[in-house]
Design a protein around this ligand. Structure first.
Ligand code: ADP
Length: 466
């Protein structure tokens, strides 16, 4: 159980981050110590050797200048004024027999034989010999003086070993808290760095259990993870809006289908129950056909909208003259407008061409004109015009109708949405959704400006070439 948990923990990013942070800190400290130790030890050794060499140089020049008596006198002086860590001095004759010796008391018992066997030519005359207590060594330089005499000056490594020992102790005292700090620091860094990821995991888990409104808390740090959190939240909001939109559409479709289907059922039921004459039955069948046509139109339009929105709508693109399209649609709706006592005006630059699917653009203009006439009371006017704006074609459909209030404005593009004022009019609430989807499929834009009781202006901008 414990082993399994440990194994799982080892696989976590948090553990790996902590481990690497700790390991890097530990090995950097170790490398730093190693280097410092090496330089300190070699500079201490050099210092010791320099002082031994200085003594040898002094003694040699005394011997060269004043002879052996003065040198022995100097040795005596050295013995008298010995320092805390004194020099070892041995002066031997041509047969390597000791003629003078200063053997500091710390080295009593030192095996003098070891010095006699020293090979001079090795290491420039430098030798290291173990002292009795085994902790320190005696570092000796041996030289020949003229006349075959042997001069040996040495020093114990005790002094520098103590310094190095103190250095090691200090390092041990530093490295232990440093490692504890490294572990805690590593854990803290990993914990902090992974906080957005943990939040992301909690949020995804919450969403999986059905909490669609769950969001990842952001810390506004401005780093990559913060950006990921912001994008993730934006994506969630978009998905939620889409799901909500789909739910609403489904609700509306179900609601809007219920009425015609219920009506069809009622008509059929009545036709079956009563002892109807053929005329009555015919009427019932034609009512049913009308209702099913309405349902079919609704379903076809819904399919068209989603095809246009997803890019699956097949557009038969060709270069068309806008003025021709406007005239076709205006001809079609001219009678309706005339019947309602509405003035229909159109203005278009003569040779305005656009690459588009003429059937679909006619559908767009037809829907907009239909709405404009539908929502304009008798005596009003509807105006349609097309102009060029650089590389773009602008089509305006204006009316002097009931207008749309601000609360309704953003919703008029939704599928199956019908304004409060439009209930008395015929319609499915799908016209503008289809218009927008077709315009966008042509890489254009559509917007509306409207003032209640004054009228509305629908503005389409299409690129002249796709
Ligand atoms: P509908 O079948 O209801 O006309 P649309 O999708 O064409 O459906 O329009 C959605 C809603 O936008 C309408 O119900 C109406 O409230 C509003 N609307 C559209 N065009 C106009 C207009 N020219 N004047 C006023 N209101 C409009």
């Amino acid at each position: 159980m414990f082993l399994r948990r440990l194994n799982q923990t080892r696989k976590t990013v948090g553990f790996r981050l902590t481990f690497w942070y700790f390991a890097i800190l530990f090995f950097s400290a170790l490398a730093l110590f190693g280097l410092t130790y090496f330089f300190l030890s070699s500079s201490l050794q050099k210092q010791d050797r320099d002082s031994i060499q200085a003594k040898i140089d002094d003694f040699s020049s005394l011997y060269q200048t004043f002879g052996i008596e003065v040198l022995i006198n100097e040795f005596d002086m050295e013995r008298k004024y010995q320092k805390k860590i004194p020099f070892f001095i041995r002066f031997a004759g041509t047969q390597d027999e000791t003629r003078f010796l200063i053997l500091p008391y710390q080295w009593i018992g030192f095996d003098m034989k070891a010095l006699e066997a020293v090979a001079f030519e090795k290491n420039d005359g430098w030798t290291r010999l173990p002292l009795i207590d085994g902790r320190y060594e005696l570092e000796v330089k041996s030289v020949y003086l003229t006349g075959g005499y042997i001069l040996q000056v040495g020093k114990s490594t005790e002094d520098r070993e103590r310094i190095l020992e103190r250095f090691r102790t200090i390092f041990a005292f530093i490295i232990i808290p440093l490692m504890i700090f490294g572990l805690i620091g590593g854990f803290f860094v990993a914990y902090k760095a992974l906080r957005p990821i943990r939040n992301l995991i909690y949020t995804v888990r919450a969403i999986a259990t059905g909490k669609m409104d769950a969001r990842v808390p952001g810390y506004r740090t401005g780093d990559e993870l913060d950006e990921l959190v912001i994008l993730f939240n934006e994506m969630l909001t978009k998905i939620e809006t889409l799901i909500q939109g789909m739910r609403d559409t489904l609700d509306h479709v179900a609601h809007d289908l219920r009425t015609p289907i219920a009506r069809m059922r009622m008509v059929a039921e009545m036709a079956l129950e009563a002892n109807q004459k053929p005329d009555g039955l015919k009427r019932a069948l034609s009512d049913c056909m009308e209702e099913s046509d309405r349902i079919l139109t609704m379903l076809n339009t819904l399919m068209d909208i989603s095809e246009a929105e997803t890019g699956a709508m097949k557009l038969d693109l060709e270069e068309v003259r806008i003025s021709g399209l406007i005239r076709d649609v205006a001809d079609l709706y001219g009678y309706v407008a005339e019947d309602k006592g509405i003035r229909l005006e159109m203005v278009s630059v003569a040779d305005l061409r656009v690459t588009a699917d003429p059937v679909r653009i006619r559908q767009v203009l037809g829907n907009l004109l239909d709405n404009a006439i539908k929502y304009t009371p008798p005596g009003g006017a509807v105006h349609i015009e097309a102009t060029r704006d650089g590389e773009k074609i602008v089509i305006l459909v204006k009316d002097t109708g009931v207008g749309i209030n601000c609360e309704e404005l953003p919703r008029i593009w939704d599928r199956l949405y019908r304004g409060d004022q439009s209930r008395s009019q015929k319609g499915l609430g799908l016209g503008l959704s289809l218009v927008k989807a077709i315009v966008q499929a042509h890489k254009g834009q559509i917007e509306v400006l409207s003032e209640p009781n004054k009228g509305s202006i629908f503005r389409i901008v299409l690129p002249s070439h796709l």
